[in-house]
Design a protein. Structure first.
Length: 94
């Protein structure tokens, strides 16, 4: 493979650009792989389940009917927040 033009001090600019492009491609590949991975967080003994991807995006939320009580919306909100937080923390660890 031909080397690129050398800069003063022996710096191979072409090689440096090629390495930067390879790093960018590797990073894009890793980000795509993370986007395909999912993790699950739950609360209330599995009554609320949140699923997030490796990009730390919430992709699904499941709520069991038994936990939906119109007279206690606050409890449902707390369970949803807890499940989402667990899923997002796991996604950040991927």
């Amino acid at each position: 493979m031909a080397k690129g033009p050398e800069m003063p001090g022996g710096l191979d600019l072409g090689g440096l650009m090629q390495a930067a492009q390879q790093m960018q491609q590797d990073m894009e590949r890793a980000q795509e792989e993370l986007a395909r991975k999912t993790v699950e967080g739950s609360a209330g003994g599995g009554m609320v389940v949140a699923i997030a991807n490796g990009k730390q995006e919430l992709v699904s939320l499941k709520i069991e009917k038994a936990v939906v009580d119109p007279s206690d919306i606050g409890m449902l909100q707390d369970l949803v927040a807890a499940a989402c937080n667990v899923a997002l923390r796991k996604a950040a660890e991927l």
